[in-house]
Design a protein around this ligand. Structure first.
Ligand code: KG4
Ligand code: ZN
Length: 356
């Protein structure tokens, strides 16, 4: 397995990348649909699927050109099988399987969150197993103990809104557009993060779960009672961000201490947040441990993480079952809009990342 094409279409980003065994990521291309969905205040699933159909093939061509490869030099194709929007996932899955069939190479459907979680392994500094991963995206907030590739124990998760969702909903209250996480973080730079005292949810609970919906409601009430000027908006943004970051910080600290592990990986869209990154960096220094992060462009949805996980698993002989052209009815089982991370198959031969 030398060159693996990765295809990501789980939500509102059409993304493609090529991973090479010796050189790592050769090229990665992203087309974001944010402008398409912005006026609706959120992702419109049907529009997302149609746009993936329009953009995916030209993006694969561009990516191959940038990598200086032809289709015939590909050895495998990985695509996001789930979790995500069913229609959007189906576009990537059908294209990946059809292309693999025509090139007579294997395809493999991979888990979007495993992609996020292993994206830090594309950097120079990589963790060794076992490590704790904090996955913070628009749809998930998970604390995971990673023992080996595919052996994932969920230590805690959000019981309501995901961290990214809380950022997006709060940004919407403040009129910052969708998805508003990055815009809110930018605005927070000109605010005072102790101006308002928002709740740090679940910190007094003995478990590692999160809850962010009450925090968002508290922001809404504060906003409605305020004078709603620009400076107030910045104070709310900064104080909200601080509440989320503090909560994530304390739960990570607890997870690391309870499991006696001193390596922390953070990934997913919210891991692009500078305040979170610097606070967790301080945490790991205080614990004499290490923090591992993806570069900013691999924090949000991307094809590189899918190509990489696909490469790891395809290299260990995993592949999809043959495409059954006589049974079109089973096409919906090609994807898994809901797919717990704990259902993934374990590759126990790998004890260190370097052996992957
Ligand atoms: O991982 P991702 O790209 O997509 C999902 O799998 O959901 O994550 C997107 C989420 C959105 O909620 C977005 O607002 C949030 O990540 N996000 C941020 C930042 N950049 C993206 N949240 C806080 N601060 C940021 N800088
Ligand atoms: Zn994602």
């Amino acid at each position: 397995m030398n060159n693996v094409l990765g295809i990501e279409t789980s939500c509102d980003e059409t993304a493609v990348a090529i991973y090479n065994k010796q050189q790592g990521i050769l090229s990665h291309c992203i087309y974001s649909q944010i402008d398409l969905h912005n006026k609706y205040g959120g992702v419109v699933p049907e529009l997302a699927s149609r746009d993936h159909i329009r953009k995916l093939l030209p993006l694969i061509d561009t990516c191959l050109k940038e990598a200086n490869l032809t289709k015939n030099q590909l050895d495998g194709i990985a695509y996001t099988k789930g979790p995500g929007l069913i229609g959007a996932l189906l576009v990537g899955a059908m294209l990946a399987k059809t292309l693999a069939y025509s090139l007579d190479i294997p395809s493999l459907g991979v888990h979007h969150m495993e992609g996020h979680m292993l994206a830090p392994l594309l950097e120079d500094k990589t963790p060794k197993f076992p490590f704790i991963a904090l996955l913070v995206s628009g749809g998930h907030t998970l604390l995971v103990k990673v023992t080996t590739l595919g052996d994932y124990q969920i230590l805690g998760e959000s019981i309501d809104d995901a961290a990214g969702e809380a950022f997006d909903k709060t940004a919407k209250i403040l009129g910052l557009g969708y998805p508003g996480g990055a815009a809110l973080a930018k605005l927070a730079e000109s605010g005072n993060d102790t101006y308002y005292s928002f709740p740090r949810p679940m910190l007094n609970k003995p478990n590692l779960n999160f809850s962010f919906s009450g925090l968002k409601t508290s922001v809404l009430h504060t906003w409605q009672k305020s004078n709603q000027d620009t400076q107030t908006k910045a104070h709310i943004a900064a104080s909200f961000q601080s509440a989320v970051v503090d909560t994530l910080y304390y739960k990570c600290k607890q997870a690391l201490e309870l499991n006696d592990i001193n390596q922390l990986v953070i990934a997913g869209g919210v891991s692009a947040n500078k305040k979170l990154r610097s606070k967790l960096e301080l945490l790991m220094q205080s614990l004499n441990g290490e923090l591992y992060l993806p570069r900013p462009e691999y924090c949000t949805d991307n094809g590189a993480m899918i190509a990489y996980v696909g490469f790891l698993r395809l290299s260990h002989g995993q592949k999809d079952a043959e495409l059954d052209l006589n049974n079109i009815d089973n096409q919906f089982s090609l994807v898994k809009p809901r797919w717990p991370l704990t259902e993934l198959s374990k590759i126990s031969k790998i004890s260190k990342i370097d052996e992957a």
